[in-house]
Write a protein that binds this ligand. Structure first.
Ligand SMILES: CC(C)(COP(=O)(O)OP(=O)(O)OC[C@H]1O[C@@H](n2cnc3c(N)ncnc32)[C@H](O)[C@@H]1OP(=O)(O)O)[C@@H](O)C(=O)NCCC(=O)NCCS
Length: 237
């Protein structure tokens, strides 16, 4: 299904780039379905990240078959125009990956979600994640993504510092939501609004106007969004 208003091509180029100071010979590229990265290199990164306890969705270290399935899913998503996968190489081999994906449901399909940013443990602390996240943000902006979201496990303070350095702001927190065995951590939800002040959208926030609006039949003041819920639409400027 095509979704109105979603550009399928970037508004400007977002090609390969070289790393800045500190990242040595690192280079950034994008997963091309016609020539995806070597599966053994992908497995090397995924397995090392998970073996070091990386919080990227798995609870166990993926074996080669699982890693190959993951890569096949990424290739299919990119080929379908649903996702973009950034790859960073260092020393001539894959050292890190990250991706952003369009949201699926039509009413939120103008937005994207950053997922699974990870750098091989041996290549950390050299700016590779900064390279990945900077590229993902600018790529999403070039594709016309309105808001980028992501979530971080509440104990992952290095990742939070990384994303906050790019302007991501905490939008919410699901307490003790992430489960590994009997341990629970918060899911911290971040957002980065990529829209300029002149974006051609009418922002209603939580005002009860437009499709999907409902009004209260009771005079009980709602605990949530009390001002927006009862104020109605803003007066025209
Ligand atoms: C988080 C992760 C991607 C960082 O990769 P990295 O290549 O070492 O990060 P960089 O060297 O590019 O650091 C970029 C910024 O991230 C932040 N950062 C990264 N590691 C940090 C640490 N241990 N402590 C504090 N800040 C840290 C800093 O803001 C840093 O900028 P600075 O160097 O100017 O201070 C990496 O540790 C990783 O793969 N972790 C496991 C997977 C994971 O948790 N991914 C995030 C999922 S939401």
């Amino acid at each position: 299904m095509s979704i109105a208003g979603r550009p399928r091509r970037p508004r400007s180029g977002a090609g390969a780039e070289r790393a800045g100071d500190g990242a040595g010979d690192a280079a950034l590229g994008w997963l091309d379905p016609a020539g995806p990265p070597a599966p053994d290199q992908v497995h090397r990164v995924l397995a090392a990240v998970l073996a070091a306890g990386g919080a990227v969705g798995w609870v166990t270290v993926p074996d080669r078959a699982e890693s190959d399935r993951w890569l096949a899913e990424r290739v299919a998503e990119v080929a379908a125009g649903r996702s973009r996968v950034a790859l960073v190489t260092a020393g001539g081999r894959l050292a890190g990956v990250g991706r952003w994906s369009w949201y699926d449901s039509p009413t939120v399909a103008v937005n994207g979600d950053v997922r699974q940013v990870m750098v091989h443990p041996e290549a950390r602390g050299r700016g590779l994640a900064r390279l990945l996240v900077g590229a993902l943000v600018e790529d999403a902006r070039a594709y016309g993504v309105e808001t980028l979201t992501l979530d971080v496990r509440g104990n992952n303070h290095a990742a939070m510092a990384l994303y906050e350095a790019f302007g991501f702001q905490v939008a919410g927190r699901l307490p003790d939501f992430v489960a590994v065995g009997d341990e629970r951590w918060d899911r911290v939800i971040y957002r980065l609004d990529l829209r300029g002040a002149d974006a051609p959208v009418r922002r209603h926030g939580a005002r009860p106007v437009g499709p999907g609006a409902s009004t209260l039949t009771t005079q009980i003041r709602p605990a949530r969004f009390p001002e927006q819920a009862l104020a109605g639409p803003a007066a025209p400027a």
